[in-house]
Each structure stands twice: as structure tokens, then as C-alpha cells.
Design a protein around this ligand. Structure first.
Ligand SMILES: Cc1cc2nc3c(=O)[nH]c(=O)nc-3n(C[C@H](O)[C@H](O)[C@H](O)COP(=O)(O)OP(=O)(O)OC[C@H]3O[C@@H](n4cnc5c(N)ncnc54)[C@H](O)[C@@H]3O)c2cc1C
Length: 322
């Protein structure tokens, strides 16, 4: 299905979002099943290993954003530490499997600055001991400055196994990327998932896409490692052109996709020899994650609903694909 040319949700997507709170929990779980590795660490590790067996990296995300208490932030940190302990026992190649993504609001941002600092430092230190990497996800705009500040503070303290995310829909991002490039940061580039005010974010998809590829170019020309996190064919082609024109080696870039999304395109890129990392969310808070993501971006709800309908059709037609 061709994506709409604007980030404005379609009317049918908005209608789908309104029905989400009415859906039984079991149905939400079924709808989100392809996008979540499971509730337990064992299930997540099994997914990581299966991806590694097919030559793909992963980045584990412990579900637990939008928390409000210190003990919840500490519990999320401990879940990351448990995951890292488990990763240390895996025999698969280190860069493929020893990688996590952390949302700062899940480990204390918005509750206590010291708490979030110490929690991320603990996760980064544990990862450093096993040669692994920690990506700090980017959340909505009230947190952009605090997220960049903490990333820089931790790097200045010597945590050099940290990366950051930038959102191509934000008008400020080009300036942020120029600075991050000068600092030699490792950067994941995304369009951006949150609904942001028009004053600070572009809505027009062509502008966002142009900015996206431009950000990737700035990072590549500065010799910084960039992760092209997208399922959009226009952007994938734009990034492939960049890799080709600048002769980027696989040490300088990777593609990233969400678990369960556009697996065919993902596998094609891997077969063509491009590094690929899959975002693998897991944890007991799957319901909150699913509903939050679907509500936040009606276009995603639309994608999910359309993919679900396609799967049901496939099931009803006895597994034949059209
Ligand atoms: C690895 C990874 C990490 C991310 N981290 C962040 C982050 O830290 N902060 C942030 O704001 N955003 C993050 N995002 C989300 C990102 O900002 C986009 O919202 C998301 O990737 C959709 O944009 P797209 O570039 O894939 O293009 P789209 O045009 O939205 O999607 C292109 C096509 O991909 C398919 N598709 C896309 N999403 C889905 C889905 N959920 N289910 C089914 N099909 C889908 C559809 O076929 C669609 O037509 C991340 C995305 C990825 C892949």
C-alpha cells in the first residue's frame, strides 16, 4: 500500500484509533503479537537468537514507558540489567546481539534527574563490560533537550558505548545533527512517531523525507555511524543511493526496522549484504505499549489494521497470498 503523502492521519485511520479502547485485551494482544517478542526475557532472547541466525542484529527494548514512580524506574533498569546478563551468555556475534534501546521516561526522566542519570549509567556500564551498545530512544518534544543533554553528559563521563536518535520531522533536527556529527556521535535517524505541534514539526511527507536523507548525508560525510530506521521505500532507496555514492562501508551504517514490519523488504536488504538491526520490544506492559503507539500515530494504527485484515484474508483463503 502506498503511504499517504502527508503525516496527517487518514480519516479511516482516525476512526480505527477511536475503536482501540473498545477492543478486548485479547484482540489487542493478537493484533500486536507480530510486533512484540513476548512478555518474558526468555521469549525476547529467543527472538534475538533467531534474528542472529539469519544474520540480523537486534536491539532489545524493555516495555515500560510513561511510568510515574521511582520503584518502576528501578524495576525497568533491573529488567535491562537482567537482559544484559543473559546476553553475556549468548555465543552469537557480539555486535548482533548485545544491544538495547532505552526510553528515558521508562527509567526516571520526568521523575528525578539523578535517578535517570544513574539508571542509564548503570545500563551503559553493564553493557560496556560485555562489549555491547545502548541506544537512547527519542521521545516527544518536551524531552528532546533533556535527552540530548543526558546523552552528552554521559559521554563526557566516559560512556562511549551510547547512541542517540534524531527525528526528521522536527525543524530543529538539522542543527542538532550538525552538532552531533561534529561530536562523532552514533545516530539513529527516524521520521518521528509522536504527534507534534506544527510550529516545531513538519507535516508534509516530502519535506520530512528530504530532511531525512539530508540528515543521513551529513552524518555519512562526517564519518559518523548512522542507523537508517525506516520501512519507507522512498527513504530506503535514498539511503541506498547515499551508501553507493559515498562508498560507505558496512561499519558506517545499518538499516533498522521494527519487529514484524515489512519483513520481506528487510530480508531483501540482508540478502543484498546490508547490515540490518531489528527493534525487539518485550515485557509485561505490552498492552500499554500497543495502545499508546496506536493512539499516538493513527497512521500506524491504519498500517496495523490493514496488515491484520490482509493476514485474516490470507488465513481465510487457506494461506494463499494474492
Ligand atoms: C528501529 C526503529 C526505531 C525507532 N525509534 C524511534 C524513536 O526513538 N523515536 C521516534 O520518535 N520514533 C522511532 N521510530 C518510529 C519512526 O519514527 C516512524 O514512526 C516509523 O518508523 C514509521 O515511519 P517509516 O519511516 O517506517 O515510514 P512510514 O511511511 O510510516 O511507513 C512505511 C511503510 O512501512 C509500513 N509500516 C510502518 N510502520 C508500521 C507498523 N508499525 N506496522 C505495520 N506496518 C508499518 C507500512 O507498510 C508503511 O506504508 C523507530 C522506528 C524504527 C524502525
Amino acid at each position: 500500500m502506498t503511504p499517504p503523502a502527508t503525516t496527517e492521519p487518514r480519516l479511516q485511520d482516525k476512526a480505527i484509533v477511536k475503536t482501540i479502547p473498545l477492543l478486548p485485551r485479547g484482540l489487542v494482544k493478537r493484533i500486536s503479537a507480530p510486533y512484540i517478542a513476548g512478555e518474558s526475557l526468555d521469549e525476547a532472547i529467543a527472538t534475538v537468537r533467531a534474528l542472529a541466525a539469519r544474520g540480523m542484529g537486534s536491539t532489545l527494548d524493555v516495555l515500560g514507558e510513561a511510568i510515574s514512580r521511582r520503584d518502576e524506574a528501578i524495576a525497568t533498569r533491573d529488567a535491562y540489567l537482567a537482559a544484559i546478563e543473559q546476553m553475556a551468555t549468548l555465543e552469537e556475534a557480539t555486535p548482533l546481539v548485545r544491544n538495547v534501546s532505552v526510553k528515558l521516561t521508562a527509567v526516571g526522566l520526568g521523575i528525578d534527574d539523578r535517578l535517570v542519570h544513574d539508571n542509564v549509567a548503570a545500563i551503559a556500564s553493564a553493557m560496556a563490560k560485555i562489549g555491547g551498545f545502548v541506544r537512547i530512544d527519542m521521545e516527544d518534544s518536551p524531552y528532546t533537550d533533556a535527552t540530548l543533554e543526558l546523552f552528552r553528559a554521559l559521554r563526557a563521563e566516559g560512556h562511549d558505548n551510547l547512541g542517540i536518535v534524531v527525528q526528521a520531522y522536527l525543524k530543529r533536527t538539522k542543527a542538532d545533527v550538525e552538532q552531533l556529527a561534529a561530536e562523532g556521535a552514533r545516530v539513529r535517524v527516524v521520521k518521528g512517531i509522536y504527534v507534534e505541534p506544527e510550529a516545531i514539526a513538519w507535516r508534509d511527507m516530502e519535506t520530512i523525507n528530504r530532511n531525512y536523507v539530508d540528515l543521513c548525508r551529513i552524518l555519512a560525510e562526517a564519518g559518523c555511524h548512522a542507523a537508517y530506521a525506516t520501512h519507507d521505500d522512498v527513504l530506503i532507496t535514498g539511503c541506498l543511493d547515499l551508501v553507493d555514492k559515498l562508498g560507505l562501508s558496512p561499519e558506517l551504517y545499518e538499516f533498522q526496522m521494527l519487529l514484524g514490519v515489512r519483513e520481506g523488504r528487510r530480508d531483501d536488504l540482508v540478502d543484498q549484504g546490508h547490515p540490518m538491526r531489528v527493534y525487539v520490544p518485550f515485557g509485561a506492559q505490552w498492552y500499554e505499549y500497543s495502545v499508546r503507539r496506536l493512539r499516538e500515530n493513527p497512521r500506524v494504527a491504519g498500517h496495523v489494521a490493514r496488515e491484520t485484515i490482509t493476514s485474516w484474508r490470507r488465513l481465510l483463503s487457506g494461506g494463499r497470498t494474492s
